[in-house]
Design a protein around this ligand. Sequence first.
Ligand code: PLP
Length: 391
Amino acid sequence: MKPRDTRERHMTHGFATRAIHEGQEFDPTTGAIIPPIYQTSTFVQDGIGGLRNGYEYGRSGNPTRASLETLLASLEGGVRALSFASGLAAEDALLRAALRPGDHIVLGNDAYGGTHRLIDRVHSEWGIRNTTVDLADLDAVREALAADGTRMLWIETPSNPLMKISDIAALVELGHAAGAVVVVDNTFASPALQQPLSFGADVVVHSTTKYLGGHSDVIGGALVFADEELAAKAQFLQFAAGAVSSPMDAWLTVRGIKTLQVRLRQHSANAQAIAEALVGHAGVERVYYPGLPDHPGHELAARQMSGFGGMLSVALAGGAEAARRFAESTRVFQLAESLGGVESLIGYPSEMTHASVRGTALEVPDNIVRLSVGIEDVDDLLEDVEQALRR
Ligand SMILES: *Cc1c(COP(=O)(O)O)cnc(C)c1O
């Protein structure tokens, strides 16, 4: 089995301290303050079966990957974390670890399009059924959970791209009452702003590609578990199916995480300023940002999160045509999929990130533009948005 960092966790330290130090001991042979990247596929044995610290082969375990996993478990407050080659690889391992043919999963009707595609088009072939519901409608959730064979409730909050906020604690209660494993995709908030396991969730899912990596230079995913039993099943799949993160990718992600808290503070401040500037603008029909007092999830977000994050969406009064022109007219905001990097990105969900859910219940209105607000100078971002709206 894979070796684990068994050191006592420094749970008494604050978040920013753990983000920098957890799982990151200096190299004992040279004193190098940054642990080296163990760019190796295999490990020499001291006689047959004589493994050093349990390391045998790179798919089953690698010290760089282990350092990332130790770090993620600490930041989310879990017993164990597993790192994968992408967010969807992590999700796939979790679904296969927790579900069997005939099982039923309930997920939000605004879940990430790729998550819906994985469940609805891949896992459906293996007999997994799903129902999508509005997670804000607790009666509808309760009803969906009552279906035969329900084993999982999948929450994403804030959701993409309309920034809906779901009540994790209330949904955990409903999910557990129905005997379901409660999963929260925490990609949008990151553990710097929200820690779902502290509200009773069983598993946290991440696309570490986004805020955790934070620099748009690595694809990765992770699972963090409140409980050893499901963690062990998923770890077996990580090893047996092999969608692991590479040592270099794990190292880059660790490097990114060191600045997670300070980045999220700046992402949140910049997004708040842009959201406030967009409200009341003639070309803007509506701004979706949980930091705005009239956002329907504002109070819940203020309770459940320690900041409102860097993602916002805007509905253009001029419809699809205006939305497309806006998305193609910014200069600092780059037109690209993805989110969570230090640089600002702009996207047109209905044809970019959410193209896979067109024609489904998860379809996104065609006048919506999504902004991933970076940590550049806010004045440059404001001016960029203003000039693009004028066009
Ligand atoms: C990007 C994303 C994923 C998928 O992660 P990949 O790293 O692209 O595989 C899952 N959930 C959310 C919320 C995402 O934004």
